[in-house]
Design a binder for this molecule. Structure first.
Ligand code: HEM
Length: 164
């Protein structure tokens, strides 16, 4: 009898539950903010971007993910494209570091439905290919740095997708 009483769960009031939910939400937001780290991403790109092989590996990774992607680059001068990508990734990193969104908006426009017609669903493949390439080229890459890259680039990529 006494045991049953002592093991009964404590009665929680609605206000307690709301406080617990608020605390959990706050902790999740804090974790998300902690993952965004433009300086770590900038350093990581600095360790990777000077090797021309980085861009070759990126496009091999990207195109191997989907025939549709491969077809989009069928008539592209890939050596020029690799140079353009070098700048494009830097724009994403600099935007995360606080640079104006002009270059990101330009990418949003060039990749929009009316121009290159890049459907928003392709950007996750793009980011996966970037992560796979960084994993090979950045000697300090780690699962934690992967999370940081994804969280840090996400707002700029979302901006490009939103302009589709
Ligand atoms: C945030 C991610 C991306 C970045 C930073 C990026 C960057 C660039 C840059 C700098 C150019 C050169 C033209 C311009 O300045 O707009 C370009 C062209 C292009 N991008 Fe992207 N891109 C991204 C995502 C994608 C995705 C997801 C696809 C889908 C397959 C794609 C397909 C293309 C194609 C087809 C071209 C034109 C190639 C040509 O001239 O033949 N891009 N991209």
């Amino acid at each position: 009898m006494t045991a049953a009483l002592t093991s009964a769960p404590p009665v929680r009031h609605r206000a307690d539950n709301e406080r617990i939910c608020d605390a959990l939400t706050l902790r999740l937001i804090q974790q998300e903010i902690a993952m965004v780290d433009p300086d770590q991403v900038f350093q990581s790109y600095g360790r990777s971007c000077n090797n021309p092989q980085f861009y070759e590996d990126f496009y091999n990774n990207f195109m191997s993910q989907s025939d549709e992607v491969r077809k989009m680059f069928a008539n592209t001068d890939m050596s020029a494209q690799r140079g353009l990508l070098r700048g494009g990734i830097m724009w994403l990193v600099m935007h995360a570091r606080g640079m104006s969104d002009a270059k990101i908006r330009a990418l949003g426009e060039s990749h929009s439905r009316e121009k290159l017609n890049i459907h928003p669903s392709y950007y996750s493949l793009w980011l996966d290919a970037l992560i796979d390439t960084l994993r090979i080229h950045d000697p300090e890459f780690s699962p934690q740095l992967e999370t940081t890259w994804r969280a840090t680039l996400s707002p700029s990529i979302e901006m490009i997708k939103s302009m589709y």
